[in-house]
Write a protein that binds this ligand. Structure first.
Ligand SMILES: NC(=O)c1ccc[n+]([C@@H]2O[C@H](COP(=O)([O-])OP(=O)(O)OC[C@H]3O[C@@H](n4cnc5c(N)ncnc54)[C@H](O)[C@@H]3O)[C@@H](O)[C@H]2O)c1
Length: 274
């Protein structure tokens, strides 16, 4: 019995993220990028705590969390500081003050109509909310949890998009927010390196999710990128999850502050006209 237990422990340690405890933010439904990443991490033996944004999403996500035996899931709107404080305190107790990874797969903020037409039409509130939800929320969560990750070779991953560095039609204020997010990743990586905590962004190509459906003309963008990427497809959820696993595990121990593309190569293409 004892020997069997030892063997199971060793098998777990050999798995890429076996025995690690993490927090995943941003599962809205089974199509969410955060859910694809979570399933892959769970296959490797990670123990995962989740948030969900509001009661409307609860009925979609709680069965998902239960399907991978999550020990912790709480409603937490990242724009509500009291809720964040309360939930993170419970999380600390659940995980005995220890945390090995965070996945931040959260975006939002633009008002209706601001993800189509001209960028310059963005409202002040749409601009500020995009920054608060899509950018500041990462910094806030990191500030509040880094003590749990100190000295654990921990890894933090957020999700960005190519619209941060090039103009992508209709992506508008979200492109500006993703540029700020990628910059935050670099500053956070510099702040946290001394605590053995890494911070990176993964930048997938286009994926059909709820957040993406709010971007004007998304279906034609999706078709275009699949036809024009070197690998002639859009990176699948499985491919995105595998790259996330790498960045969240010790296999990427020398990488921090980076934005890494998993987009079937689309972002390397300039003008390829005949
Ligand atoms: N879908 C794509 O094509 C694509 C491409 C590159 C990057 N991304 C990024 O991936 C991440 C995940 O998005 P997705 O495409 O899986 O869509 P999604 O809609 O499944 O996930 C977005 C999540 O953000 C959460 N969220 C928004 N406001 C919140 C708040 N105030 N408090 C707490 N949570 C909040 C939502 O509840 C949702 O779970 C986002 O950062 C997105 O920009 C998506």
């Amino acid at each position: 019995m004892h020997q069997n237990k030892l063997k199971t422990k060793r098998e777990q340690d050999e798995k890429v993220n076996g025995g690690k405890k993490g927090l995943v933010l941003g599962v809205a439904n089974e199509h969410s990028i955060a859910w694809a990443i979570s399933k892959r991490l769970a296959e490797e033996g990670a123990e995962i705590a989740f948030n969900y944004q509001n009661e409307k999403t609860a009925s979609h996500v709680i069965p998902l969390f239960q399907s991978i035996d999550s020990p912790f899931y709480e409603r937490m709107d990242l724009t509500d500081p009291n809720q964040v404080t309360e939930v993170l305190e419970k999380l600390k107790q659940q995980f005995n003050g220890e945390l090995d990874f965070i996945v931040h797969a959260v975006a939002g903020g633009p008002h209706k109509g601001e993800l189509s037409g001209k960028y310059m039409e963005v409202s002040l509130d749409g601009f500020v909310q995009s920054m608060v939800i899509s950018v500041y929320s990462l910094t806030d969560i990191v500030k509040r949890t880094f003590k749990m990750m100190e000295g654990r070779n921990a890894s933090i991953l957020t999700l960005s998009y190519y619209g941060s560095e090039k103009v992508v039609k209709n992506y508008n204020v979200m492109g500006v927010a993703k540029a700020a997010l990628e910059s935050s990743v670099r500053y956070l990586a510099a702040d946290l390196g001394e605590f053995s905590i890494r911070v990176n962004a993964l930048s997938p190509g286009t994926v059909k999710t709820r957040a993406a459906s709010g971007i004007g003309g998304f279906d034609s963008l999706y078709e275009y990128t699949s036809q024009h990427s070197p690998l002639k497809h859009n990176a699948s959820l499985e491919e995105i999850a595998n790259s996330s696993l790498f960045l969240l595990s010790n296999l990427s121990s020398g990488i921090t502050g980076q934005t890494i593309y998993v987009d079937a190569g689309y972002s390397i293409i300039g003008n390829t006209h005949e």
